[in-house]
Ligand binder design. Structure first.
Ligand code: GLN
Length: 543
């Protein structure tokens, strides 16, 4: 079968859940036996979000091949099982222009004027079709970032218009995601913004085949008729995307009940086939019938922004699904702990069964993170430190157990006497310091008879990284003598990947980001283990 293209554009406003819609459609098509690739086109000029503040952009999602990408790619991976994402699945205007300009400098355009059409649009089309080169795919689903009408989105719309012209309706399906708001005083749902949005799309030569409308209540027959008439989309292809109650993992089921996948397959003249949805139905059952509730404190400096630690929250929920418990979050800004007395810190964590310190950069809030780790260590509360969280656990241990008072990471104090966390170049005494980021998947060897081994149940793992600093190896013996176990190392033994504590119910730090590989139907073993340990602290809830 030839590869078909599904393009998803957004209208009316942002934050309608385009990324999750693409992920959920991918999930449904995959569970009907089709092979799917998911791709995001970001209209911003940054080459990738690696340099953007989490306040601007939310989390940076890292793929196995080390690309720093948009957090929507996290949804793509969590909702599907067979799609592996690489740097090719995340494209930005910055990347497109960068390669066209490099080619121009090399003289590849042979003296021609380089223009948006055809050079930029051809580059966009190449980035889409390159996905089909090595793999036998039934569908490539492409999310066009931004909202129709944004100036920077225009070349992308032009490129996908051309693709429809080249492949015809049997090769391309346009889905437009819009909002049908309800005016609360009138109690009435309004189709006008959607009509305008489709009109805007038409000015670029794109007639949507399917309309997915975000609504608070399902669209009535009248509303569908009206939208159909004004937007020129058959009524059967107008889908209500209603607000859901129990979280995003209900969305594939919501789209299944609205037959979004069947509508798309019908557009291509393809058989719907049999949908195997057992795993997804069973996780929904678990989410809706938890045995207990576990409260996890997440202590990080971007706590005010929901999306800054998106994959961490999702992975904690997956750990909850694996243990049939509900996970509640207590979001703690570490700076708020810094001036508190020990009793006041204890009061903060009174109803908490686990403490997690996520990754991060820079010195703000570090002292507060150290206090939360100290509390978890000394009160035997399950603790999970990720990347910077592990580095903080190392610093806390060095200061309070090894008595190395000024112990620090050279990231926060370059002249510390006890640099227990430092750059590899510093450890090797090199003068020239690039401080390049270690990015993407690397292997790690796990020591037997450790907590890490109990959770992973295997000796060799592969996890994704995004950091510059490392545990300083010359302190290793000193730490081990006092009960810290380095249970995961790089295959050459030079980099500490996992550290844990003897005599504590569950205290583990990892230099990598396990949250990027967790899925609702297949929780990451460290998150499953952490939540299991936390759940042991909760009394069985009465029904
Ligand atoms: N800032 C630390 C480093 O660069 C940790 C990075 C992270 O947590 N992602 O090593």
């Amino acid at each position: 079968m030839k590869t078909r293209y599904i393009f998803i554009t957004g209208g009316v406003c942002s934050s309608l859940g385009k990324g999750v819609t693409v992920a959920a459609l991918g999930c449904l098509l995959e569970n009907r036996g089709y092979r799917v690739a998911l791709q995001k086109m970001d209209p911003y000029i940054n080459v990738d979000p690696g340099t953007m503040s989490p306040f601007q952009h939310g989390e940076v999602y890292v793929t196995d091949d080390g690309a720093e990408t948009d957090l929507d790619l996290g949804y793509y991976e969590r909702f599907t099982t067979n799609t592996t994402l690489t740097r090719q699945n995340s494209v930005s205007t910055g990347q497109i222009y960068y390669s066209v300009i490099q080619r121009e400098r090399r003289g590849d355009y042979l003296g021609r004027t380089v223009q948006v059409i055809p050079h930029i649009t051809n580059e966009i089309k190449n980035r889409i079709s390159v996905l089909t080169r090595d793999e036998e795919l039934d569908f490539v689903c492409v999310e066009i970032g931004g909202t129709v009408g944004d100036i920077e989105g225009v070349p992308f719309l032009e490129a996908i218009r051309q693709m429809r012209r080249e492949h015809g309706p049997s090769g391309v399906c346009f889905i437009h995601l819009t909002l049908v708001p309800t005016i609360s005083v009138a109690g009435e749902a309004k189709t006008k913004p959607t009509q305008h949005s489709v009109k805007e799309l038409l000015t670029f030569g794109i007639q949507p085949d399917v309309l997915v409308c975000r609504v608070s209540r399902p669209l009535s027959k009248d509303m569908k008729e009206k939208l159909s008439l004004f937007c020129n989309v058959p009524e059967t292809n107008i889908i209500s995307a209603r607000d859901i109650q129990s979280g995003i993992y209900e969305i594939p089921e919501m789209y299944r009940s609205e037959a979004l996948d069947e509508v798309v397959l019908k557009h291509f003249g393809l058989a719907a086939g049999k949908l195997d949805f057992r795993r997804w139905s069973s996780i929904l059952k678990t989410i809706n019938n938890p045995k207990k509730t576990v409260r996890i404190a997440v202590c990080g400096k971007y706590i005010a922004l929901q999306d800054a630690y998106r994959s961490v929250y999702e992975a904690l929920l997956h750990g909850g699904i694996a243990n049939q418990v509900r996970v509640d979050f207590l979001r703690i800004d570490p700076e708020s702990l810094e001036e508190l007395s020990d009793e006041a810190v204890a009061r903060h964590f009174r109803d908490v069964q686990g403490i997690l310190v996520p990754g991060g950069f820079g010195s703000r809030g570090i002292e507060g993170k150290l206090r939360s780790i100290h509390f978890a260590r000394t009160h035997k509360i399950p603790f999970f430190g990720i990347c910077l969280g592990m580095q903080c656990a190392i610093i806390e241990f060095a200061r309070n157990v090894l008595g190395l008072e000024s112990a620090n990471s050279t990231e926060f104090d370059p002249s510390t006497e006890n640099p227990v966390v430092s750059l590899l170049e510093e450890q090797q005494g090199l003068k020239q310091m690039g401080g390049t980021m270690r990015l993407g998947g690397y292997p790690c060897v796990i020591k037997e008879n450790t907590l890490a081994h109990k959770e992973y149940k295997k000796r060799r793992i592969r996890e994704r990284h995004r950091h510059r600093f490392e545990f300083t190896l010359r302190f290793k013996e000193q730490f081990e003598k006092e009960g810290m176990v380095f249970s995961g190392l790089s295959p050459d033994g030079q980099l500490v990947e996992i550290s844990e504590l003897k005599g504590h119910p569950w205290f583990l730090g990892c230099q990598f980001h396990p949250e990027f590989q967790s899925k609702p139907v297949d929780a990451h073993p460290l998150f499953a283990g952490f939540i299991q340990a936390a759940a042991k602290l909760v009394r069985q809830q009465s029904a």
